[in-house]
Ligand binder design. Structure first.
Ligand code: IMP
Ligand code: MG
Length: 173
């Protein structure tokens, strides 16, 4: 995109996700793992992170949408696509592109926790540190960023730019 500045390069992302994948491989050694991607944003992180994990991984996806205005997260999310499988007794790792207010994920965690997984953790590419309104325990974070709106590597602006190989900030002027 012309009116954007690279914030995190494709190489930097690759290095961090490789580290994260190695850590996950260590942490779940001898265990099965179900990686759950939150659509649509997480599809690229999921593909690249999963290939750095050396475990018998299974995959599933969820799609959620916030109720209300698109620019404000209300905290009430609608599950558009639920998991295909039961997660009782399984190690579940939710994979996210970005955690902003944390409201979406907090709701998602609540709805998954009652299904009694063996463990439930979060891996995210980006975390907007000072924005978080809901305290969430995020086990794996690749990058902490400021409050700026970012695109690329799965993240969209009005549905576009998810395929940028890097994370970029949209220039405002
Ligand atoms: P929240 O954590 O409930 O506030 O919502 C997080 C969701 O808002 C993410 O899954 C993204 O879809 C979207 N989002 C938040 N910040 C950004 C951004 O900077 N760029 C693109 N999407 C964003
Ligand atoms: Mg999202």
């Amino acid at each position: 995109m012309e009116n954007s500045t690279v914030l995190i390069s494709a190489d930097e992302i690759a290095v961090k996700l490789a580290e994260m994948g190695q850590q996950i491989t260590k942490d779940y050694e001898g265990e099965d793992l179900l990686m759950v991607g939150v659509l649509k944003g997480a599809f690229i992180v999921m593909a690249d992170l999963a290939r750095q994990v050396d475990l018998p991984v299974e995959f599933d996806f969820m799609a959620v949408s916030s109720y209300g205005a698109a620019t404000q997260t209300s905290g009430v999310v609608r599950i558009l696509k639920d998991l295909d499988q039961e997660i009782a007794g399984k190690n579940v790792l939710i994979v996210e592109d970005i955690i902003d207010s944390g409201l979406t994920l907090s709701y998602l965690m609540k709805s998954l926790r009652v299904r009694r997984p063996k463990s439930l953790e979060i891996a995210t590419l980006l975390l907007k540190k000072d924005i978080q309104r809901v305290p969430i325990d995020v086990k794996y974070t690749a990058f902490e960023i400021g409050p700026e709106f970012v695109i690329g590597y799965g993240l969209d602006h009005a549905g576009k730019y998810r395929n940028l190989p890097h994370v970029a900030v949209v220039d405002t002027e």
